[in-house]
Design a protein around this ligand. Structure first.
Ligand code: FAD
Length: 455
């Protein structure tokens, strides 16, 4: 094993019965996520791997691993679906990678919430909710592969966020069961606002075993695309649909230059039209259609979910959020991207100015969302990759000239990415849940060597 400084024999004995894998290729494949969206992060993470992958099959085995890494002081990185974009589940200091996907039991449905284990794939959880006439308030566009625990610890919001806000907004998650990393592990239960101590902490301060999530009544959303002449018109339509409170789960605005990356859509997204991909409540679809016409748009396609695949289509959410970026990067690796929040009130003219200013260097894509109860519009533009210096000049320009806020997807600490500042509540909680500083080391600037508990 690469890291001979750790007592691997002792560790393996301590986790006896828990499945583990040491094959180099297997370990390397479980040491990566989607950091490759960023050439800047690729330089940091390219050759980083863990030493061993453990795949516990139940909570008791997870606890045994937690106790063993604490006893032998081995770094621990948790992995859900491995779809994070910032190297959140790439181990910077080697050690143990723990795959959480076998913790996949749904524990209890309540009238408008579900209690579940954290390793369950979001699609399986949401499908089970839908069988009860309920649905998740939101999910990332990686619904098919991501886990709910990975979404809690690494994500921020996504499809559904224009209806229900961001993941961290009050009430969306009401309970977490967390296990600490100590030779005698403890269980800590967090309720209500306390969950913020662990939310979006990149698995640095405790292992989430269980969570309770709010649900709403499920709808048979109509997945559709609408075409407009002009990106400003597409943006104005999406904004007006949201202001009018048309019941949508997704409103993704994508400019015409993306159409070449959406070749499967062919004439459904031609290169002389700008598109809005939506999920619309069936009972409001007639009104939606009339509204499209009144705003000079045309509906390109509209299907219920079960009719998408037979018509050669994927769900609308896979045209949105960071799937839009993925469609482009799959075809052309000379692009990377940014995450931009716009100043309030949102002004489409600012986007049109940006479009002119950056020309062929940026292709635009916007998402309608809500944050803290207010409408918030984000962009996830494709940006021509021209190295670190140019990227940070661009970020500086968007912030200083246009008063946008950038959630930097080329940074790998919690603070340098979305959160901007050290969250002392999360660091205080880390002192309790990970006193030896073993979890995902290097991912939070708030944790200092002098905080490490010495036995
Ligand atoms: P992983 O990548 O496996 O892990 C994420 C973090 O959570 C890691 O730090 C890991 O250590 C930690 N973690 C995992 N399980 C646990 C646990 N049980 N306890 C504590 N910590 C844990 N994100 C969005 O927010 N919205 C989007 O719409 C969105 N769209 C995306 C589209 C594409 C194409 C891609 C590649 C990514 C997208 N993402 C998006 C990022 C990512 O898919 C989501 O955040 C997703 O929810 C992560 O889940 P995961 O299971 O893959 O987590």
């Amino acid at each position: 094993m690469k890291n001979s400084k750790f007592d691997w024999n002792g560790f393996k004995k301590a986790i006896s019965g828990v499945r583990f894998e040491q094959d180099k290729d297997f370990v390397a494949s479980r040491s990566k996520d989607y950091f490759w969206y960023s050439p800047i992060l690729s330089e940091v993470f390219e050759n980083k791997t863990g030493d061993i992958v453990v795949i516990p099959s139940n909570q008791e085995e997870v606890i045994r691993v937690a106790e063993a890494v604490a006893k032998y002081k081995i770094p621990l990185t948790l992995r859900g679906g491995g779809t994070g974009n910032y190297g959140q589940c790439v181990p910077l200091e080697g050690g143990v990678i723990m795959v959480m996907t076998k913790l996949d039991s749904i524990l209890q449905f309540n009238e408008s919430s579900v209690k579940t284990e954290a390793g369950i794939r979001i699609s399986r959880l949401d499908d089970a909710c839908r069988e009860k006439g309920l649905e998740l308030l939101m999910y990332p566009s990686t619904r098919q592969t991501a886990t709910i625990g990975g979404f809690l610890a690494g994500g921020s919001g996504g499809c559904g966020s224009l209806r229900n806000g961001m993941l961290r907004d009050p009430g969306n998650i009401s309970y977490l069961k967390v296990v600490t990393i100590e030779p005698k592990a403890k269980i800590i239960e967090l309720h209500g606002e306390e969950i913020q101590k662990v939310q979006h902490a990149y698995g640095t301060n405790g292992i989430v075993l269980e969570m309770e999530l709010a649900l709403s009544k499920s709808k048979d959303w109509i997945h559709c695309a609408t075409l407009f002449d002009g990106y400003d018109n597409a943006l104005k339509f999406a904004m007006a649909a949201q202001e009018k409170s048309l019941d949508c789960y997704l409103l993704t605005v994508v400019e015409r230059r993306f159409s070449k990356f959406y070749h499967k859509l062919s004439d459904r997204f031609p290169n002389d039209k700008d598109a809005v991909f939506s999920m619309v409540a069936p009972e409001e679809f007639n009104e939606f259609e009339k509204f499209v016409v009144s705003m000079n748009g045309t509906i390109s396609f509209a299907f219920k979910e079960e009719d998408l695949r037979p018509n050669g289509l994927q769900p609308a959410y896979e045209f949105g959020w960071n799937h839009t970026t993925l469609q482009a990067l799959k075809m052309d690796k000379s692009w990377t991207y940014l995450q931009v929040a716009y100043p309030q009130p949102f002004d489409p003219n600012l986007v049109m100015k940006q479009m002119e200013r950056y020309g062929e260097d940026i292709f635009w894509h916007h998402e309608m969302a809500r944050m803290g109860g207010h409408v918030q519009i984000f962009a996830l533009p494709l940006v021509k990759s021209r190295g670190r210096e140019k990227m940070y000049e661009l970020i500086d320009e968007l912030e200083s000239k246009d008063h946008c806020t950038i959630y930097d997807p080329h940074a790998y600490t919690i603070e340098d990415g979305g959160m901007k500042e050290i969250d002392n509540n999360q660091i205080e909680f880390k002192k309790l849940a990970d006193p030896y500083g073993l979890m995902n080391p290097g991912k939070t600037r708030g944790w200092k060597d002098e905080m490490v508990k010495r036995d």
